[in-house]
Design a binder for this molecule. Sequence first.
Ligand code: PLP
Length: 407
Amino acid sequence: MWPMTRLSPTSAGLIGLTARHSAPNYAPLPVVLSFGEGPWAFDVDGNRYLDCISAYSSLNQGHRHPRIIEALVEQAGKLTLTSRAVHNDSMGPFLEQLTGIAGMEAALPMNTGAEAVETAIKLARKWGYRVKGVPAGEARIIVCRNNFHGRTTTIVGFSTEAQYRADFGPFTPGFDSVDFDDADALRQAITPDTVAFLVEPIQAEAGIIVPQRGYLTEARRICREQNVLLMLDEIQTGLGRTGRLFAYEHDEAAAPDVLILGKALGGGVYPVSAVLASRELMSLFVPGDHGSTFGGNALASAVGSASLAVIIDEQLAERASRLGRKLRDGIESIGSDRLAAIRGRGLLLGLELERSSGPAGELALELLERGVLAKDTDRQVLRLAPPLVTEETTIDWLIGVLGDVLA
Ligand SMILES: *Cc1c(COP(=O)(O)O)cnc(C)c1O
């Protein structure tokens, strides 16, 4: 653990306050942030950090992007929440923009990622019963081992991470696990009752596991042949992070039936998630089937619109591709023997450390001291995911810092 004596009294006081009044369900870095701007975050003592956590890719547009804050403030001055019991004047334009960008016909707005995944699960099951003809109560969904799709009881029930499940059962039935990046395993796991295959294009929480090129294309083909919905969880990989607008675009013809977005859809400002699908699929939901008090609220929709506009207008996907290549090349040229592997796409990188080099959590503390926020994802893997608006010269600086700690 970090010795508390190295923290300022202000930081230590605030960390203690949180510890006394909150649940200890996280193990945060010992830093208390009070200001953010672009790729930078500042702590209560005025120290500056490059934010390579980016709230798990929620901050693709950086902290407090001026256009997103402007949209937030403007909307806050007019109308914030109505519930879906009435219409508001910003949801329609937001969903038109979102579906246009994603090339899907319809979108259902939710708030958090986990809610969007739950929505996709309900949609797939209803499609299974009403369209595919699966007998009542028998629908099955195939998921991948080492997946991360959120923290609800249904979702942790199909996690293969022991800690996510332990003591939280009983769980929702109807899920089957296969190995990630194994199209044959998917083919063999499909039964007449299978309604969907739910998968992340890159398994980020599992340690930035990138599948072989063509895996999603093959999964797409199998799902189409077997009348199974392909549901891609792009909550973390989507919206520019991997160097394409959506990570599935790294493969050919891998467009999903159901696309799940969240995180950066809210521009680092507000929780905004969505499930996208065809009009035909989405029309299976009828009034009363599903809902969310806050989903698609006026403030969320205005923020969502501005968040998308920034990603498109500032060509953040292209930028992630360019900066990602630079960062990766820079790290490779360090030639550190503490590094076992570098994985990832665009600005979603995982540095896997040699066992002898200690856990990635220790490297995270070394980086914190040098002004870089980063966190371990798997025990040996450090995730580096700076905001996509980071300057090229800042990436050079980051490579220098990494050179110092990895030498
Ligand atoms: C973060 C994340 C989720 C869950 O999103 P929340 O907003 O935390 O509920 C689901 N899937 C993936 C791939 C994620 O990275």
